[in-house]
Design a binder for this molecule. Sequence first.
Ligand code: AMP
Ligand code: MG
Length: 442
Amino acid sequence: MKTIAQIAAELQGYDPQALSVADVHAFLQRLVEPVVATQEVGLFQALGRVLARDVISPISVPSHDNSAMDGYALAGAELVAGQPLTLRVAGSAFAGKPWAGAVARGACVRIMTGAVLPAGLDTVVPQEFTTDAGNGCIRIAADTLKPGDNRRFKGEDLMQGRVALAPGEWLGPAALGLLASLGLETVPVFRRLRVAYFSTGDEILSPGDPPREAAVYDSNRYTVFGMLSRLGVEVIDMGVVRDDPALLEAALRAAAQRADAIITSGGVSVGEADHMRAMMQQLGDMAFWRIAMRPGRPMAVGRIARARASRPAGQQEDAAAPDPGAALLFGLPGNPVAVMVTFLAFVRPALLRMMACTRPAPPLLRAISTEALRKKAGRTEYQRGSVSTAPDGTLHVRTTGNQGSGVLRSMVQANGLIVLHHDQGPVAVGDPVDVMLLDGVL
Ligand code: AMP
Ligand code: MG
């Protein structure tokens, strides 16, 4: 586990007062370590978890060559180019109820989708490409199909003995279905992350508190709760902590004891009267950054050591005892939009890495900006965007009104973030811009 100072020394031109978004990612990549503990869970419990080991396919899926269509199974060798074919229907094969008889030359078998192809037959003619030829026969017009058409091969989805899924795979609905198709009842997954979060600031009210002059109701606790829940981590809600050194210390220590990661909001800007920065510095190994981004900018990152579990009196300290470890700490800014954007840009990828998830982030999409956007080179901007498909099929994007970092409505109305990169300048109407879609993330 590298210290903040060690990581800083590894990074070329590291300047905590002027960090690019790319610098932040490079730093977090070195800071965050994946969990190692695993557990075996039932398939329904595995949704949203991360696979811990290879899953080797115990069977082939499908288990036999079978039909992809409702129609008639035949031997492809009977097809002759330029000539129609008439075949006698010898019997029927249903999914789960195969045709066991032998099939003579000039005969075919009525077959349903998914039914095992009878021995010697390798081609299926869809029902709609046949006509009734009377006397229990069907007729196929010339050149309607090729040998092997509409056949699904044994093991086409998964072959027995092969790796079906690799460790680090995020188990979504498709992966769950695939695991089920192998007949598995349980799967090995990494243990679930525990993430504690609290809001800070003397001006922050909780729901139910009477309104007070110059005070604001806490929204960060709820957006962070929502974003963490979407990630499938175990959340530890610690409410609002007043800007009091003793309360902050107690909250940070309790959070470090219980959680793998801690997320706080507020109190990390330069020139804050708040005690938050000082307390983080005192308890943890921390970096305080000014990031070249908007919204966002101030952010603290580091670790707070977990106290060693107390050992019975008189017992020698065991040198081989597990490392007591430390909780990762993300001190996010206070402004509600800045909290969401820094979470999406940095905390979410860091937590996915900590979950041992190897699935790459979804790619940014390109959309045509239907409005001019002011942008200065030298910082990354995340503007809240409304992305739509134009009649010609291209993606269009416009911003969602007031882009102030406290205006949460801009986030509610957005279905994507317009990512204006570090070196990028102003955007003219009709220019392409990169967009991070929020569907499935928020
Ligand atoms: P700070 O980073 O503590 O200076 O906070 C920046 C701005 O965000 C201030 O206007 C705060 O009142 C506001 N703010 C901080 N925390 C919250 C919160 N939990 N909910 C809503 N607004 C907040
Ligand atoms: Mg404050």
